[in-house]
Ligand binder design. Structure first.
Ligand code: SF4
Length: 687
């Protein structure tokens, strides 16, 4: 049997897989030795993908309410209700909420329908919850949302600084490459309030006070300046520095002040600063601990400032590196499938709008950015959005203040959910449910954290009446009256259109060339080999996509960190477990993956446990101003005093407790709109 080359369903590492179909719905999974992201390795989740391809729990037929319907009837109803809502209330009365689980082709068609044909930018994505602060930070620092790093940088770096990232659990194959380099002598510094499994193996762990990252990075930049470790020639040639940048930076950036703000030992802090200043080949990886904050964009820019000022960008092993959570968060960014971009990294300026409208031959074009995730669901709750289509995601669980999101969905006049799973928390509110093709059935492309585009390929025929997401969207678009613009027969048609829009500028000049296998006809698409979007060495020439070609140092200041409140004396943090993915609709099907963590735990420092009369292994209720949920208590020395950690995976449908989405505040970063999941005032009590 021939192995089919495809890409893992889960995280943004984007590992290549060789899948051998062994039966009607069974497959053997192995790492693809020729894929540049993983070179044959897979983590536990990828290894057990073969156990998750059965049809248990699948949505296999269109449903209107609780009744099975034909595709024609369901699609006609969706098109009619969207058309009527737009006619009565205008294009901004409808919205799509999509997902980093979609393939790039799915994303492209949904974005085109909303922004070019409906004429609104009310399409946002669950990637808003994951990495939108990195997007906003890149745009502020570089002029465009470009990840300048590749995985090859990991193989030549001498220092890794992992900030807010439990890489060993959340991006295991990236972590294996880091460990391999550390075994050859590179150093590892982990900056995380928790002593995670990644921190356990670090040369230095700085367990900083949550939310003090800007102070830490500004102090480091000041230290580099004092230690003569800036790259003055590079700065002068390639970076615009605001006049008062250095004066502003100086305030509160001395070692002792930073140690106090971050609540870390000054000697450890000095060690980190000296190591960084002395090690030009540094990769700073950051993830959700940086992004999921109400200061996320400032935190990203504090990191980018460091790399820009020390000239550690565009050189092998010297880069800032945003690691994405979802398998295709990057593909969504490339097509512009966020409410804050128009298409293909373009903004809503008049030139870009005219160009995209011309390219799509669109009857309308969105005039301004749309509603970002938290505002979008708020608008649903307030009755401003009257028709909502949710694709491949479960906001009733994953959005902050999830109870309000449920109330909003319950009150919305028309909710469509397209998903692979029959019973989801969000699907319970849908008027129409549409069966989507799952991993192993769909064909298309995904882009991983280092911009490598890989093919996902079908292993099995489409089951029941399931169809690819792009097909579902284009059928609705055609029924809304736009037949010619959505005349796609297969994913390759969409891919070619996306490439034409993305790789030429306003005047039709080529921005960058795609490898031969990524162009051409259907056979070239079918045979496409992994390649990096935009090329390998980003910014190596020191030119940035700004008007003057220079990057920007962005002044960022540490915000005051409020003292704990009497009623809410603790701080709640949340994150992933090693062997689970999102709301476990897929990983929950692999029994071996449940062995690692069978139930949701609240991790508490043992002395906090004593203070709050908790028993290690007992049950406790975690409460915040938004809601409460039950967890099993686990005493953990690696927790900072005063802080709790809970996992994100459990839902009403998987357990009676562990409903973490109920707990965070719906507060967002002012630049990116990303919710601040990591720092919620909380309390805990034994039950
Ligand atoms: Fe899949 Fe991520 Fe594991 Fe790679 S590291 S096998 S992409 S879950």
């Amino acid at each position: 049997m021939t192995a089919i080359r495809t890409t893992c369903a889960y995280c943004g590492v984007g590992c290549g897989i060789r899948a051998t179909v062994t039966g009607e719905r069974t497959a053997q999974i192995a790492g693809d030795p020729d894929h540049p992201a993983n070179r044959g390795r897979l983590c536990s989740k990828g290894t057990h993908l073969g156990e998750t391809v059965g049809l248990e729990g699948r949505l296999l037929h269109p449903m209107i309410g609780a009744k099975r319907a034909s595709w024609d009837k369901a699609l006609d109803l969706v098109a009619k209700r969207f058309r009527e809502t737009i006619a009565r209330h205008g294009p901004n009365s409808v919205a799509f909420y999509v997902s980093g689980q979609l393939l790039t082709e799915d994303y492209y068609v949904a974005n085109k329908l909303m922004k070019g044909f409906i004429g609104s930018a009310n399409i946002d994505t669950n990637s808003r919850l994951c990495m939108s602060s990195a997007v906003a930070g890149h745009i502020r620092g570089f002029g465009e949302d470009v990840v300048p790093a590749t995985y090859d940088d990991l193989d030549v770096a001498d220092l890794f600084v992992l900030v807010g990232s439990n890489t060993a659990w959340c991006h295991p194959i990236v972590y294996q490459r880091i460990r391999a380099r550390c075994e050859a002598g590179a150093k590892l510094v982990v900056i995380d309030p928790r002593r995670t499994e990644t921190a356990e193996e670090a040369d230095l762990h700085l367990a900083i006070r949550p939310g003090s990252d800007v102070a830490l990075m500004n102090g480091l930049l000041q230290h580099c300046r004092d230690a003569d470790a800036l790259d003055d020639a590079w700065l002068a040639a390639h970076v615009a520095v605001p006049a008062d940048f250095w004066d502003q930076l100086g305030e509160g950036s001395d070692l002792w002040s930073v140690a106090k703000t971050c609540d870390v030992d000054a000697a450890d802090l000095r060690r980190f600063y000296e190591l960084f200043a002395a090690t030009p080949r540094t990769v700073t990886l950051f993830s959700q601990g940086i992004n999921q904050s109400t200061s996320g964009t400032d935190q990203v820019n504090a990191i980018l400032n460091l790399h820009l000022a020390t000239g550690r960008i565009g050189k092998p092993g010297a880069v800032p590196f945003s690691i994405t959570g979802q398998p295709n968060a990057m593909g969504g960014r490339e097509v512009g499938g966020l409410a804050s971009t128009l298409a293909a990294h373009m903004d809503f300026g008049p030139e870009a709008r005219a160009r995209v409208q011309r390219f799509w031959a669109a009857p309308a074009i969105a005039e301004k950015p749309g509603l970002k995730a938290v505002d979008l669901f708020r608008a649903v709750g307030e009755g401003r959005i009257k028709a909502l289509w949710v694709m491949a995601t479960n906001p009733a669980v994953s959005m902050p203040d999830a109870n309000r999101v449920r109330e909003a969905l319950a009150a919305c006049p028309f909710v469509v959910v397209s998903d692979v799973i029959e019973k989801t928390d969000t699907g319970a509110f849908a008027h129409v449910r549409l069966p989507a093709a799952a991993w192993g059935e769909k064909d298309g492309t995904v882009t991983n954290s280092d911009r490598t585009i890989s093919r996902q390929r079908a292993l099995f025929p489409l089951p029941g009446e399931a169809m690819p997401d792009w097909w579902i969207v284009k059928e609705v678009a055609r029924r809304m009256g736009w037949k010619n613009a959505f005349a796609y027969d297969r994913a390759a048609d969409i891919w070619r259109e996306h490439c034409r829009l993305s790789t030429y500028d306003n005047d039709g000049a080529r921005l960058f060339a795609l490898p031969g296998a990524a162009q051409g006809g259907n056979a070239a698409y079918d045979d496409m080999q992994p390649f990096r979007w935009g090329g390998d060495a980003m910014f190596a020439d020191g030119r940035f996509p700004t008007d003057d070609g220079r990057a920007r140092l962005v002044p960022v200041a540490q915000k005051p960190l409020p003292a704990p409140l009497e009623k809410w004396p603790l701080t709640l943090n949340s994150g992933r477990y090693r062997d689970q993915w999102h709301t476990m609709t897929r990983t929950g099907l692999a029994p071996k993956l449940a062995r690692h963590r069978a139930e949701p735990l609240v991790e508490v420092h043992p002395r906090d446990g004593e203070q709050w009369d908790l028993a290690d292994g007992g049950l406790a209720r975690v409460a915040t101003p938004q809601g409460e949920s039950l967890y099993r208590v686990a005493f953990a020395e690696g927790q900072r005093r005063g802080e709790l950690f809970v996992p994100i995976h459990w839902t009403d449908r998987t357990a009676s407790g562990g409903r973490t989405g109920l707990l965070p505040r719906p507060l967002v970063d002012p630049h990116s709109g990303q919710p601040g999941f990591k720092r919620t005032p909380a309390r805990i009590e034994a039950v």
